[in-house]
Design a protein around this ligand. Structure first.
Ligand code: SF4
Ligand code: F3S
Ligand code: FES
Length: 238
């Protein structure tokens, strides 16, 4: 297959605004990944192209970007899985939306991590450590299993219209992390996680739009987790 990759370029030190640049690669198999294309373009055609990646296997979360209009991981998307792909087609690649662009496909993640920290994303304990480990049953661990698959790629949060209309909204990734600890049966600081989650810019700003679930490359049902937090907060107040 011959495919043209239409990539959004932007160097804030030189460019007045973002623009698209086309790169065409030939002889591509269906199993070629979008990240392979970015590598080939950078290594063989244009060394100035800038993007993040690390593991190349869907584990580190560093290569979230918008490909043909959908937030996803470049390393996890094969050409054959792109709808309508074929010889002569165009694949459009943009940075994740909403967050500021550092350069080309690299976005500034500071705001994303600031909100993550607000939910206190760690186990809070008040009692002295037991002689052995803090016990957790398989059933209790199961409650958390799906939420622990999150790799912090920001595909969900940057796709959320509630965030686009309110920059202070925590966003689905931070809320999911809040769930992961507030529902951990070993945790003794639920109120501390809940303080940010139950704030004016917390979970009540989620209007169950589901863009986050559509965008999540780990297929986490984030909206379900947000609904469990809402139920917990209502139950705790009764
Ligand atoms: Fe990425 Fe999914 Fe985690 Fe959101 S919930 S940051 S989309 S892995
Ligand atoms: Fe946003 Fe997902 Fe809620 S897209 S509004 S966090 S369901
Ligand atoms: Fe690590 Fe894609 S490069 S998730």
């Amino acid at each position: 297959m011959k495919i043209t990759f239409r990539i959004q370029r932007y160097n804030p030190e030189k460019d007045a605004k973002p623009y698209f640049q086309d790169y065409t690669l030939d002889g591509l198999e269906g199993t070629y990944r979008v990240l392979d294309a970015l590598h080939d373009i950078k290594w063989k055609l244009d060394g100035t192209l800038t993007f993040r990646r690390s593991c190349a296997h869907g584990m580190c979360g560093s290569d979230g970007m918008k490909i043909n209009g959908k937030n996803t991981l470049a390393c996890s998307l094969l050409l054959q899985d792109i709808k309508g792909i074929g010889d002569g087609k165009v694949v459009t690649i943009e940075p994740l939306p909403y967050l500021p662009i550092v350069k080309d496909l690299v976005i500034e993640m500071g705001d994303f991590y600031k909100k993550y920290e607000l939910v206190k994303p760690y186990l809070i304990t008040k009692t002295p450590p037991p002689e052995m480990e803090r016990y957790q049953s398989n059933e209790d661990a199961e409650l958390l299993m799906e939420s622990t698959k999150c790799i912090m790629c920001a595909c969900c949060t940057t796709s959320c219209p509630s965030l686009w209309s309110n920059e202070n909204y925590l966003g689905p990734a931070a809320i999911l992390k809040g769930y992961r600890f507030a529902f951990d049966t070993r945790d003794e600081g639920a109120q501390e996680h809940m303080a940010a989650l139950d704030s004016a810019d917390g979970i009540w700003r989620c209007h169950t739009i589901f863009n986050c679930v559509e965008a999540c490359p780990k297929e986490i049902n984030i909206t379900w987790h947000i609904s469990q937090l809402k139920k917990k907060l209502v139950a705790d107040e009764m």
